[in-house]
Ligand binder design. Structure first.
Ligand code: E4P
Length: 218
């Protein structure tokens, strides 16, 4: 499973990348707002740190303007993955970006299996189902991940399932159990994956016993 971080915070991205944990990054207009920087500058800084795909989102809602923005974003770096919304114009832009620009596309704001089917038919590199926002409505976001996995397997689609709107470590475990290709999570959630009280307790005991031996290694 690939790990993407869902942030435009360059410091966080650098730290997680140094840990060897990152396969890519996802941003969106809200995260760019939070970063306080311009989309061009922030995306360039992120692409200089991370080798994998860095999703940068178009904000136009009509095809022609989406394509213009996609070309601007693509010039920032070779690993910019163009993010488009799951609308008819977005799907049309996805198809063109994939076939004429040979660039990766992340189709975002997916809330149904049929939307994911359309994105795969448009040649999307990634489909982003928002599991946390589905959970917020009282439904189970993981049911959608399982449905998309089955549909994509049925037809051998190449589109990768990018589990998004992740809120908990349990979302990551469930997505991995289902076989989603990628998860994008906030920095704190990725860091929380390592935590277990028995690990902390065990380490404390080993260090205490080691101190009593009076030994040093090397
Ligand atoms: C994914 O690409 C989105 O940026 C993100 O996961 C949205 O998450 P949110 O629902 O926490 O805003």
């Amino acid at each position: 499973m690939k790990f993407f971080v869902d942030t435009a915070d360059v410091k966080e991205i650098r730290e997680l990348n140094d840990l060897g944990l990152l396969d890519g990054v996802t941003t969106n207009p809200s995260l760019i707002l939070k970063s306080g920087g311009s989309i061009a500058e922030v995306t360039k800084q992120i692409c200089d740190i991370v080798d994998g795909p860095v999703s940068a989102e178009v904000v136009a809602t009509e095809y022609a303007e989406m394509m213009r923005e996609a070309k601007v974003l693509a010039k920032i770096a070779d690993n910019v993955c163009i993010k488009v919304p799951l609308t008819l114009d977005g799907l049309k832009a996805c198809k063109t970006i994939r076939t004429e620009m040979n660039r990766q596309v992340n189709v975002t704001l997916c809330f149904s299996a049929n939307q994911a089917l359309l994105a795969a038919k448009a040649g999307a590199s990634f489909i982003s189902p928002f599991v946390g926002r589905i959970d917020d409505t009282g439904a189970d976001g993981m049911d959608l991940i399982a449905e998309i996995k089955q549909i994509y397997d049925n037809y051998d689609f190449d589109t990768e399932i990018l589990t998004a709107s992740v809120r908990t470590v349990n979302h990551i475990k469930q997505a991995a159990l289902i076989g989603a290709h990628v998860v994008t999570a906030p920095p704190a959630t990725l860091r929380a994956l390592v935590k277990h009280p028995l690990t902390d307790k065990g380490l404390e005991q080993f260090l205490a016993d080691w101190a009593k031996t009076g030994q040093k290694i090397g």
